[in-house]
Design a protein around this ligand. Structure first.
Ligand SMILES: *Cc1c(COP(=O)(O)O)cnc(C)c1O
Length: 389
């Protein structure tokens, strides 16, 4: 059997290399400290689990949910946007439930992009931005995220003929993998650019609630006119530790939502209604658990940053997201080689930056996952390895 070309174009050699490396070391008896996957490891709040459990006994809860989803869920999303960002949304037309934001990111291009259309995708970037474009047979034009531009795309550097051809621009702040943030002024510039070139802006805001030192990341939709040019995707996976439940939402431009709604109504039958009930409890219930979770990630960040700096590795301090985006220590050039060396000497597994695109070379992504003492153990091993000094 020959799989389709697009399947070959989807597989990432680097992520499978990383899996192989982990398996090989584990088989050799190495105690792996896995800081490579960004999967939340904290439990959801009790009131959310209770809502999920109670919903299981509701009559009719096991029916097909259908793409529209529960009106109460969409209302909860609209209310949350109002209280968190001061953004008004019409729950009927401007909110769409998703099977995780990944669902929306994977399928949105199919709803907006014809084969050969140009899409603007950050490099480095979260893998589905590129993979979704591959599936839709879009023409990818990379937007380099460089330290000298605070890891924001330089809109002025996009050639006018590319901008005129572009249909969609993907953005993600707080960012995975580079852990950078964007302010409203940047989003205002994006709205102007998108208006001028008639580009649909798709902003992924998965990490809006994992922010530190009192910082509150803004929504793209807070920029005046944003709703006319774009949409924002959010998720309960990271904010409420419900990653396995597969619940997210897209909000903003009604015409964009309509296109995706039509596509999705042909593909899936919506999110399990009990999961939507859990989502309502998460979004409308007390938010102190969100702040407590952010405090846990902030403490982990501090353990890693302090420990790695003591080991001679000058890593930056992220303001948000669940990652540290660390330039390779002096004397190392290839992120793949460094990740292999680090894993073999210390058992600590991180992701080579180049896995997220060519502009990720020279960096590694370290996830803030695991108990404090495991992170302390990781930095102790790295210090003793002498790899970074
Ligand atoms: C984790 C993650 C997602 C996926 O979220 P789901 O809602 O669980 O699909 C989307 N975007 C980014 C940047 C992520 O890191």
């Amino acid at each position: 059997m020959e799989p389709a070309r697009r399947i070959r174009n989807l597989t990432s050699a680097i992520f499978s290399e990383l899996d192989d490396l982990g398996r090989e070391l584990r088989a050799g008896g190495v105690d792996i400290i896995n800081l490579s996957v960004g999967s939340p490891d904290l439990p959801p709040a009790p009131h959310i689990k209770q809502a999920l459990a109670a919903a299981l006994d509701e009559p009719g809860i096991y029916r097909y949910a259908l793409t529209e989803g529960l009106p109460e869920f969409k209302q909860a999303v609209a209310d949350w946007y109002r209280s968190r960002f001061g953004v008004d949304l019409d729950p009927e037309r401007e909110v769409l439930s998703l099977m995780g934001s990944q669902d929306g990111l994977a399928h949105l291009y199919l709803a907006l992009v014809n084969p050969g259309d140009t899409v603007l995708v950050p490099d480095p970037g979260y893998p589905i931005y590129r993979a979704g474009a591959v599936l839709a047979e879009g023409e990818i034009f990379p937007l380099p995220l460089l330290p000298e531009n605070s890891f924001l795309p330089d809109l002025q550097a996009i050639p006018a003929d590319v901008a005129r051809r572009a249909r969609v621009m993907l953005l993600n702040y707080p960012n995975n993998p580079v852990a950078a943030t964007a302010d409203l002024e940047f989003f205002r510039a994006v709205v102007g650019f998108a208006r001028e070139y008639r580009i649909v802006v798709v902003h992924d805001i998965a990490y809006s609630e994992l922010a530190y030192d009192g910082y509150q990341p803004p929504s793209f939709l807070q920029a005046p006119g944003a709703k006319e040019v774009g949409v924002e995707l959010h998720s309960v996976s990271k904010s409420y530790n419900l990653a396995g439940c597969r619940l997210g939402f897209m909000v903003g431009n009604a015409a964009v939502l309509d296109a995706l709604r039509v596509l999705k109504s042909n593909i899936d039958f919506g999110v399990f209604l009990a999961v939507q009930r859990a989502g309502i409890a998460a979004l409308t219930g007390p938010q102190d658990t969100v702040h407590k979770a952010a405090a846990v990630y902030q403490r982990r960040r501090d353990i890693l940053v302090r420990g790695l700096r003591e080991a001679g590795w000058e890593v930056p301090v992220p303001r948000a997201s669940m990652f540290i985006w660390a330039p390779l220590p002096p004397g190392h050039e290839s992120s793949r080689e460094f990740v292999g060396e680090l894993a073999r000497h210390t058992g600590v597994l991180v992701v080579p930056g180049v896995a997220f695109g060519p502009r990720g070379e020279g960096y590694v992504r370290i996830a803030l996952v695991g108990a404090d003492r495991r992170l302390e153990e990781a930095v102790r091993r790295i210090r003793e390895s002498g790899l970074c000094s």
